[in-house]
Design a binder for this molecule. Structure first.
Ligand code: AMP
Ligand code: MG
Length: 487
């Protein structure tokens, strides 16, 4: 099948985007290229890990199939509304139809200034590019809807932050880059036609099933709410902490987007926060569902003029409010599905929720690693699991209860364990490892750890010989409890 570049978003109202070429860089060098994704996008062979590919994915040449465009958006950052954000350091090269029939954006991130750069330099340091590459690809292989990484290149230029840092560009692939913040930006024009054009575009691109609904905009709201609830439940089930759930970082497609300060929790503690700038813990692990709901209320506001159908404002508010209030129960359903599955059970299994919550409480009391506490349930014997909990009496009692329930549910314990090992990953991109890979790349110019992590995280459910140490949580000396946006 042929490569099918096909731009649609930039053909909408001209106020929603700006044509903008990437800025050339001095000396581009490959860091990584994602062949599997290139295959899916049907990217021509000349544009893969080739010289022409390097020119394209560094922004030094704009191929005939690309029409670089920066997208406008607004957003609430830490609850403060900023009317004009937008792609300040990114350009959309094109949209393509992939071999699964789905439309994707191909975007350069870190490619220089755009009309939306405000004071910024439009660039990205190497660290955040490596982090996004590793973590977004890991999320994909963990089964979480996410933007992906097609390529990473070093620019051969330094970017000035607190220190001078080597620069890099990530090529990001997304179902789209439309965000809650994009809808907020469109709403601010206070033009019903424009809003309708935008909402209809979102429906046709992401939620075609809503097109025929009685109230298609209310159906769109419900669909976005459902997708976000499912997504955040997935995050919670993996201990993923996004870290900067501003409305401009919440995708309307339901993909995880923006890997700035994200990290995975190790010892289970619902109050965990990594992001250095999140001083009050607004985006702490346990707050993610509530923040999701808050962001969805902002999205609902953007749809009110359409739901209202011009006249019945109170009716629209009532319907939208009910939809947003429904988030909690939709989320709870997804959350318990995900969490009980981590014990090999379903929410309908007798005592499954109680058993799950008791296990989490035990993890919290004994500061046990969230990922391993679930992974080691799938072991043939309980040696590794028992060690995690120091064979405490409380753990033994819990383990007996769990074993009994599992025995009742499955033909054999082995059946359950096979299933568990497909549900509970062995590997996650642990923050100290991501940080070590970044440090190695910056200080020694070595991509060895980056490549190893990238490799191992492609099969997170399989324990891999030679990479068993990557399973382990950070020791006290290795721990990196803070992340920085690095923008
Ligand atoms: P983020 O924190 O990555 O979600 O970015 C928030 C906003 O700041 C977005 O509009 C970005 O495009 C913009 N931004 C972040 N870093 C830069 C930069 N180095 N130059 C220009 N704009 C930036
Ligand atoms: Mg962002």
């Amino acid at each position: 099948m042929p490569f099918q570049p096909d731009l649609t978003y930039s053909k909408l109202d001209p106020r929603l985007s700006a044509s903008c070429a990437p800025t050339e860089v001095l000396d581009p060098q490959w860091i990584a290229f994602n062949d599997e994704l290139a295959e899916q996008l049907q990217l021509p062979a000349d544009y893969r890990a080739t010289a022409a590919g390097l020119q394209t994915f560094s922004g030094n040449q704009v191929p005939a199939w690309a029409q670089p465009t920066a997208l406008a958006y607004a957003g609430h950052q830490f609850a403060n509304y900023v009317p004009q954000l937008g792609d300040g350091r990114a350009v959309l090269l094109t949209e393509v139809i992939a071999n699964n029939g789905q439309r994707y954006d191909i975007q350069l991130k870190g490619s220089g200034r755009t009309p939306y750069s405000r004071g910024g330099d439009g660039r990205s340091p190497l660290g955040p590019v490596l982090r996004e590459y590793l973590v977004s690809e890991a999320m994909h292989h963990l089964g979480v809807p996410t933007t992906r990484a097609l390529a990473a290149v070093a620019t051969g230029e330094m970017v000035q932050r607190e220190n001078a840092l080597p620069g890099a560009i990530l090529t990001r692939v997304a179902a789209s880059h439309l965000r809650v913040g994009t809808a907020q930006y469109v709403l601010a024009f206070k033009q019903r036609d424009l809003l309708q054009q935008f909402a209809d575009y979102v429906i046709s691109r992401h939620y075609p099933q809503c097109a025929d609904a009685d109230d298609r905009y209310l159906a769109l709201l419900d669909a976005v709410i459902d997708n976000q609830a499912a997504l955040i439940a997935k995050w919670m089930s993996l201990g993923f902490i996004h870290g900067v759930m501003n409305t401009d970082n919440m995708s309307l497609s339901g993909e995880t987007i923006d890997y700035g300060p994200c990290a995975f929790m190790e010892a289970y503690d619902p109050a965990t926060v990594f992001s250095f700038i999140d001083r009050r813990g607004r985006y702490a692990y346990q707050n993610q569902p509530a923040i999701g709901s808050w962001n969805l209320a902002r999205f609902a506001e953007t749809l009110l003029p359409l739901i209202a159908n011009g006249d019945d404002t109170d009716g629209a508010i009532a319907k939208a409010t009910a939809a947003v209030e429904n988030f909690e129960s939709v989320y709870e359903r997804y959350y318990w599905q995900q969490m009980t599955a981590k014990l090999g059970l379903t929410p309908d299994t007798a005592n499954a929720k109680r058993l799950t919550q008791d296990y989490l409480d035990l993890m919290q009391q004994q500061q046990v690693d969230f990922t391993l506490a679930f992974r080691f349930l799938g072991d043939a014997d309980s040696n590794r699991l028992g060690e995690l909990f120091e064979h405490s009496e409380a753990w033994q009692a819990w383990h007996q209860r769990w074993t009994q329930v599992v025995k009742a549910e499955y033909a054999s314990i082995d059946d359950a364990k096979t299933k568990l090992n497909r549900t509970n990953p062995a590997y996650i991109p642990r923050n100290h490892l991501v940080e070590a890979a970044i440090k190695e790349a910056i200080q020694d110019g070595s991509l060895a750890l980056f490549n190893q992590l990238n490799q191992v995280l492609q099969m997170p459910f399989v324990e891999q010989d030679g990479s068993l140490e990557l399973l382990q949580p950070a020791t006290a000396e290795q721990a990196v409890p803070r992340t920085f946006c690095g923008t």
